[in-house]
Unconditional design. Structure first.
Length: 73
C-alpha cells in the first residue's frame, strides 16, 4: 500500500498508553471504500461472486478519487 494516500485514521481513539497515543483503526480510504461498496454490490449482475474482487477494487478506486478531491480543496 506504499505510496497510496489512505487519508489517515478516520475514527482515532485515545489509548491507555499515555498522552498523544492513538489507536489508528480504519483509514479514511477504507471508510470511503466501505461507503461506496453497497451501491456497487447492488448493481453487480454476477451473483456467482466471480467478479467480486473487481467490485472491491472499484470501491477502492472510488475511495482514492474521493481522497484526491478532498485534498484538492
Amino acid at each position: 500500500m506504499s505510496g497510496i494516500n489512505d487519508g489517515g485514521p478516520v475514527f482515532p481513539l485515545a489509548t491507555s498508553s499515555g498522552a498523544n497515543k492513538w489507536a489508528q483503526g480504519m483509514t479514511l480510504r477504507d471508510y470511503f471504500a466501505a461507503a461506496a461498496l453497497p451501491s456497487l454490490v447492488s448493481k453487480a449482475v454476477d451473483m456467482n461472486h466471480s467478479k467480486w474482487k473487481a467490485t472491491v477494487d472499484h470501491a477502492y478506486q472510488i475511495a482514492d478519487e474521493m481522497i484526491r478531491a478532498r485534498n484538492f480543496r
